[in-house]
Design a protein around this ligand. Structure first.
Ligand SMILES: Nc1ncnc2c1ncn2[C@@H]1O[C@H](COP(=O)(O)OP(=O)(O)OP(=O)(O)O)[C@@H](O)[C@H]1O
Ligand SMILES: [Mg+2]
Length: 379
């Protein structure tokens, strides 16, 4: 018998930022009804769906929101997982599963999970406070990470020598061997409720040396077929071991010795998958929806090589956002601008991104640089 698809359900998204916004944008093609919860009344999703303003970490707020939805998902990990567990017990579909979100919220539990499951990751020790970090002078150079609530490079600090130990975090965290990596790569993998798994081709991330935010991203990554295969296999293993339904981004290091180590994971659409909107057969956003709605997963093949540039608030400007150089970049063939609808800019705030398509790497690099130099968020 042929399948049937009816839109008699509502998908609730915890978080109303740019990832939610692009998820809704993609969901429109399947005519999916959405509700969104976010503490900011002017969040990027606020005008695009049934919108509720409230705290994502508050039990009652999440319960009340969830009761209005049939399928609940996230676009940010910092949410009340007790409420999500209670909603799942009531029969709501919650993807990714609350237990997975809860584990990922804590980098200490993430690292322990990799170790317990034989997933390659940098050597580490758990630390309870700053004094404990200082006991690891013999382990230098290392990276001190906060267990919880770090993001976009906050909650991560590199410690090269003994005098850096003074700034150790005084909260539960970990110390992790500093990896002299050749590249940072990411694989986005999806797993549907029925257990189908698909990975996107490996991408390469180039971080801003100071802000610790992705500055450029290239797809596909410049790695050997063998390395790409290993990275995809690791991503499949991680999502399989988690028994997770939904989309998972797996950030990895390729070491100078050619080893692949998992750095961290994010159970949702990810900054390293924005380019899939234009550059791949299926976007990460549609793939996320397919996976949580238990639909067949889409083909992830690359249509054309691409680069992605985050559009960050220009330092020195705070206030209502203006996009300088907008028309100039729109004149360029193969340049796709995405603005997130944030009214206020501030230094380094993620205000949008630009995807660039071109047949060869050299053109991608030239155009990515041109976009970075031309398009600026000012006020
Ligand atoms: N063990 C390590 N060795 C060397 N560099 C590291 C190590 N761990 C993290 N880094 C660097 O710091 C960056 C941020 O670390 P991580 O991804 O753990 O933090 P985050 O703040 O959660 O990240 P995100 O920016 O993805 O939100 C990494 O992308 C990498 O460049
Ligand atoms: Mg990271």
């Amino acid at each position: 018998m042929a399948s049937s698809f009816q839109q008699d359900f509502k998908v609730g998204i915890l978080g109303g930022g740019q990832l939610g916004r692009m998820l809704i944008q993609s969901g429109i093609d399947f005519n999916i009804p959405f509700a969104v919860l976010d503490p900011d009344p002017s969040a990027p999703c606020s005008a695009l769906a049934e919108f509720y303003c409230g705290k994502l970490t508050d039990f009652n707020t999440v319960m009340e929101f969830g009761s209005k939805c049939d399928i609940i998902t996230i676009e940010i990990e910092n949410v009340n997982t007790e409420a999500l567990k209670a909603l799942a017990r009531e029969g709501k579909k919650v993807f990714p599963q609350p237990e997975v979100i809860e584990m990922i919220q804590d980098k200490r539990r993430q690292k322990t999970f990799y170790r317990d499951n034989g997933i390659p990751t940098a050597e580490f020790y758990l630390t309870e406070n700053d004094e404990a970090v200082k006991q690891y002078a013999h382990f230098l150079p290392f990276v001190n990470k906060l267990g919880r609530e770090g993001y976009d490079g906050r909650g991560v600090q590199l410690m090269r020598d003994e005098k850096d130990l003074e700034k150790a975090y005084n909260a539960p965290g970990l110390v992790e061997k500093m990896i002299d990596f050749e590249k940072e790569i990411s694989v986005i993998v999806a797993r549907s409720e029925r257990g189908e798994i698909k990975t996107f081709p490996v991408v390469e991330m180039v971080f801003h040396p100071v802000q610790n935010l992705v500055e450029y991203l290239f797809s596909p990554a410049d790695v050997s077929v063998e390395k790409a295969g290993q990275a995809s296999a690791i991503a499949r293993k991680v999502i399989g071991d988690l028994n997770m339904t939904g989309l998972l981004a797996v950030e990895m290091f390729v070491t100078r010795e050619g080893q692949i180590l998992v750095n961290e994971i994010a159970p949702r659409p990810h900054n390293s998958g924005h380019q899939t909107i234009e550059a791949n057969m299926t976007s990460q956003y549609e793939q996320h929806l397919r996976s949580i709605l238990n639909l067949p997963l889409g083909d992830t093949d690359i249509l054309m090589p691409s680069a992605m540039v985050n559009l960050l608030g220009e330092p020195g400007f705070s206030g209502p956002a203006k996009y300088q150089g907008f028309e100039e970049v729109l004149r360029e063939p193969g340049v796709f601008v995405h603005l997130y609808g944030k009214q206020q800019t501030k230094p380094f705030r993620k205000m949008g991104h630009v995807t660039i398509l071109a047949k060869d790497m050299a053109t991608l690099k030239t155009k990515a640089t041109l976009v970075k130099e031309t398009l600026k968020v000012v006020s």
